[in-house]
Design a protein around this ligand. Structure first.
Ligand code: ADP
Ligand code: MG
Ligand code: MG
Length: 248
């Protein structure tokens, strides 16, 4: 199985230091939750791992099976087995969901999937996520609701079969039914035991459906506490106040 190793990662945005030395190892078969208050740098961590140009790495390493992701282009990171949900956040006129997904699979595998095989996998993935068939022909991200964006994210996961998935705020904007469908998708993805998941969230509610093996509390750009799933229950009961006071 694969291992994602984040070592003393420091990241700045527009000359402002946001991440102040993050250390975290995610192994295949493990689900890690990163939880923390708004503005603590959770999304900055996800963007930096994904290679977003606005986020400047000022120190540290991010290794996937020993290879430094930070030396790779965004495409190379995906080919190495990292799932980058926010690689294509923009609306792309004239590119359908189906075309986008097929070219994403082609890019990651290094060869185009057979049309019939792809169509079958796409239909199975959409059925599993209760996505209407017409969705495949819509323009990428154009007018997507919050729920459609999240379902599309999990659909990519099912088709691309990455080694490590970093999911940022996958639960935000979902009603209870959509949350359940999306959570089931994540659970299917990790059920092989061969993939690692880093689930970033402000709220504890998705963790009722997707049980993490480890919970990390993020505050002030670093991990300030770690524990098992019981830590999420503590956060649910007590909130983040004790952590934000300590780092303010
Ligand atoms: P979280 O996801 O935990 O809410 P973020 O990583 O989004 O936190 O933000 C952490 C800090 O970095 C905040 O102070 C935020 O204002 C700043 N920040 C994040 N992204 C940007 C950006 N693209 N431009 C300017 N500041 C940013
Ligand atoms: Mg520093
Ligand atoms: Mg965020």
């Amino acid at each position: 199985g694969s291992t994602l190793e984040i070592r003393d990662l420091q990241v700045a945005v527009e000359d402002k230091e946001i991440l102040r030395g993050v250390n975290l190892t995610v192994r295949a078969g493990e689900t890690h939750a990163i939880m923390g208050p708004n503005g603590s740098g959770k999304s900055t961590l996800a963007y930096a791992i994904a290679g977003h140009p606005k986020y400047t790495v000022t120190g540290g390493q991010v290794l996937l099976d020993g290879a430094d992701l930070l030396d790779m282009s965004v495409d190379e990171r995906a080919r190495a087995g990292l799932f980058l949900a926010m690689q294509y956040p923009v609306e792309v006129p004239g590119v359908s969901v189906s075309n986008f997904l097929r070219s994403a699979v082609t890019s990651v595998r290094g060869e185009a999937p057979k049309l019939r095989e792809f169509a079958k996998d796409l239909k199975a993935g959409m059925d599993a996520l209760s996505i209407d068939a017409a969705f495949a022909q819509r323009n990428l991200n154009e007018g997507f609701s919050g729920g459609e964006k999240k379902r599309h994210e999990i659909l990519q996961l099912e088709l691309l079969k990455p080694k490590i998935a970093v999911l940022d705020e996958t639960d935000s904007g979902l009603d209870v039914d959509a949350l359940r469908v999306v959570s089931e998708g994540i659970n299917r993805f990790r059920s092989s035991g061969e993939t690692g998941v880093l689930l970033i969230t402000h709220y504890t509610r998705i963790l009722r459906y997707v049980k993490p093996d480890f919970v990390h509390v993020f505050a002030g750009g670093r991990i300030v506490e770690q524990g098992g799933p019981e830590l999420a229950d503590k956060l649910e009961a007590e909130g983040y106040e004790s952590y934000t006071k300590a780092t303010a």
